[in-house]
Design a protein around this ligand. Structure first.
Ligand SMILES: Cc1cc2nc3c(=O)[nH]c(=O)nc-3n(C[C@H](O)[C@H](O)[C@H](O)COP(=O)(O)OP(=O)(O)OC[C@H]3O[C@@H](n4cnc5c(N)ncnc54)[C@H](O)[C@@H]3O)c2cc1C
Length: 580
């Protein structure tokens, strides 16, 4: 079973997210037909060029041979074709060679790329992050020489943050940047886990590196951002000799085998400062918002692909007597439990997609809206949704991939069906780009307490008002959504009143609750938008009802879990006691 990009579902989610209003607001040259044509072309590229390489990438991991990183068969050609077809430049500024499309469209395309081949999709994803960092904070020269090459995909980018002692806590970074007396810097140190830190699919690789200059203040206030490329840049922008940025080994991983995860050594590597000294982490945080949405989309993409495989298997495989078929043996799909699992997975994938693309449209609106108040409101809601989009969607990627293995039965545990690969691949997304625990802390701290609950309060009010208006076949959805909004309000009040150990231990449950409620709201909106013109459209209402019964029904209990964190027991129980 390979992959088919869910273009119609994605289009519905973009419409629900408000793409049409956005086009009228800030993308005057763009129309509906063009968006559909872009999605269809991207879907066709993903289905035909990227998806067929997915299994080969798993079986033939990236390798380090004589100091060079060798990608799996077909990856180099596919990455180059991807760039040549213009897929790396969708939302970049036309001033830097981009197509100036909304970020939300770029995100929608990213889902298809990750669904088709997550290990390959990481390369353009990292380049986007590097391009964003330079677009926001680069010098004129970096913007005119380096940025257009990243946008065109001729060069790729890598984000070099993590060190052995500095993972979630980037304050612990020790890589040194010494001024070279000529306006540049020399980097010394080691980074680990650097995705696509080296390969031969591009002419050059631009590393965005976090490091410390001599005398920098300790902690996060003393971290600066540097650009160090694989080949040094001559003053005229052409490529010079090899820089001292060396991949010394590749990690052996649970999944995404096709993606090279590099240990990088800098031995006096030539580098340029990006922006000002000691402001590196602030620059990275702006860029990370976009990257976190991209990783959320990875969760959606991998879940969609796992679901497609499981559905195809459930229709094909026959076993036993089933309640919903007279056939013997019946299709797995006709067993109520199997169908519940598939349909609930699909509903959750659609909810996650809706949350991510809504945050995407809000990102565009935060820049494009003419009215300042509208820009500010969009930015506040986007910032609130981003940790939810990242964590809820990537946890879901693992959940749906696991359900996919289960539906395959024993064959799910056997590698040749591919279900196991999706499960292994999905597992990284809750870890990188800020672990999901870190996302939940960001939500309860910076995002909810940071504005006294204002942005979350506005979401809850809107969802509750929307729920009140649901009637007819969606009346039950309305009732459950009202309860969900009430539960989220109570949990938010508790989080606001219990900042500190309380909110820290309840953060993960709170993020899940927020995702569950907002997801249910999105599904009901999409059901109304889809109407009842055909089976596809009617399935949207069916999924909203199933989700309301199976997920929204549990939200009052989840709010109770948030408010009962057993702090004293947690605090007083020693690691020795747990070890037994
Ligand atoms: C395949 C892969 C690709 C990667 N790609 C890149 C890349 O391209 N560039 C790059 O710079 N890095 C990359 N990383 C690194 C990745 O971002 C880190 O692994 C991640 O940030 C977590 O850091 P850590 O592994 O040191 O875990 P730790 O920080 O040691 O965390 C371990 C556990 O403790 C929890 N924890 C830690 N601190 C807290 C806290 N304050 N509150 C609550 N819980 C906490 C975490 O949630 C986690 O569950 C990659 C990693 C992998 C495995």
């Amino acid at each position: 079973m390979t992959y088919r990009a869910p273009v119609r579902d994605i289009r519905l989610a973009l419409d629900n997210a408000g793409l049409k209003d956005l086009m009228a607001e800030g993308f005057a040259g763009l129309d509906d037909d063009t968006v559909t044509a872009i999605l269809e072309a991207a879907g066709s590229f993903a289905d035909n060029e990227l998806a067929p390489l997915n299994r080969g990438g798993d079986l033939n991991p990236a390798r380090l041979v004589d100091g060079k990183v060798v990608l799996p068969p077909g990856f180099v050609e596919a990455l180059q074709a991807f760039a040549q077809a213009g897929w790396t430049s969708l939302a970049a500024d036309p001033e830097h060679g981009g197509q100036g499309l909304p970020k939300a469209v770029e995100l929608a395309v990213a889902e298809m790329v990750h669904g088709a081949n997550m290990a390959l999709g990481l390369c353009p994803m990292l380049s986007l992050g590097a391009a964003e960092a330079l677009a926001l904070n680069g010098s004129d020269r970096q913007k005119s020489v380096v940025l257009p090459k990243l946008v065109s995909g001729e060069w790729t980018g890598a984000m070099d943050l993590t060190e052995p002692q500095a993972g979630s806590d980037l304050a612990a970074i020790t890589t040194r940047a010494e001024p070279d007396g000529k306006g540049g810097y020399r980097l010394t140190g080691q980074k680990i886990f650097i995705t696509y830190g080296d390969h031969e699919a591009a002419q050059n690789i631009c590393h965005l590196v976090l490091a410390r200059v001599p005398g920098a203040p300790p902690g996060v206030k003393g971290i600066s951002l540097f650009l160090a490329s694989k080949y040094k840049l001559n003053p005229d922008g052409t490529l010079g000799e090899r820089n001292a940025v060396q991949t010394v080994s590749l990690e052996h991983k649970l999944g995404i085998h096709g993606s090279p995860t590099c240990v990088i050594q800098y031995e006096g590597a030539e580098a340029e400062l990006v922006g000002e000294e000691n402001r590196g982490l602030a620059y990275m945080f702006v860029m990370m918002n976009a990257a976190r949405l991209q990783v959320g989309m990875e969760g959606v993409g991998i879940a969609e692909r796992a679901l497609q495989g499981a559905l195809a298997y459930a229709v094909d495989r026959r076993q036993g007597r089933a309640a919903w078929s007279a056939d013997y043996p019946a299709r797995l799909y006709d067993h109520p439990e199997v169908r519940r699992s598939l349909m609930l997975s699909k509903a959750k994938v659609e909810a996650a997609r809706a949350i991510c693309l809504t945050a995407g449209v809000l990102s565009d609106r935060a820049h494009a809206a003419a009215d300042e108040g509208r820009r500010k409101a969009a930015a506040a809601r986007r910032d609130l949704l981003i940790p939810i989009a990242k964590a809820w969607s990537t946890d879901l990627g693992v959940e749906v991939a696991s359900a996919g293995v289960q539906i395959h039965g024993g064959m799910g545990f056997i590698e040749e069906t591919g279900a196991a690969q999706h499960y292994r691949d999905a597992r990284i997304a809750p870890i990188y780009e800020g672990t999901n625990a870190i996302q939940s802390l960001d939500l309860v701290g910076r995002k909810v307490a940071g504005d006294g609950g204002a942005a979350m309060g506005a979401v809850i009010e809107e969802a509750a008002a929307f729920a009140q208006g649901l009637s007819g076949s969606l009346a039950e959805v309305g009732a459950r959504l009202s309860e969900g909004a009430q539960a989220l309000r109570a949990a938010t009040d508790w989080i606001l009143a219990n900042q500190g150990p309380g909110s820290l231990t309840s953060a993960t449950a709170y993020l899940q609750l927020a995702g569950d409620v907002i997801g249910g709201w999105m599904l009901a909106r999409q059901a109304l938008l889809a109407g009842d013109g055909d089976d596809w459209a009617r399935s949207k209402s069916a999924m909203a009802r199933l989700y309301a019964g199976r997920v929204l029904s549990l939200t009052p209990a989840l709010a109770q879990a948030v408010a009962n964190p057993a702090i004293d027991d947690l605090e007083q129980t020693s690691a020795e006691a747990l070890a037994g």
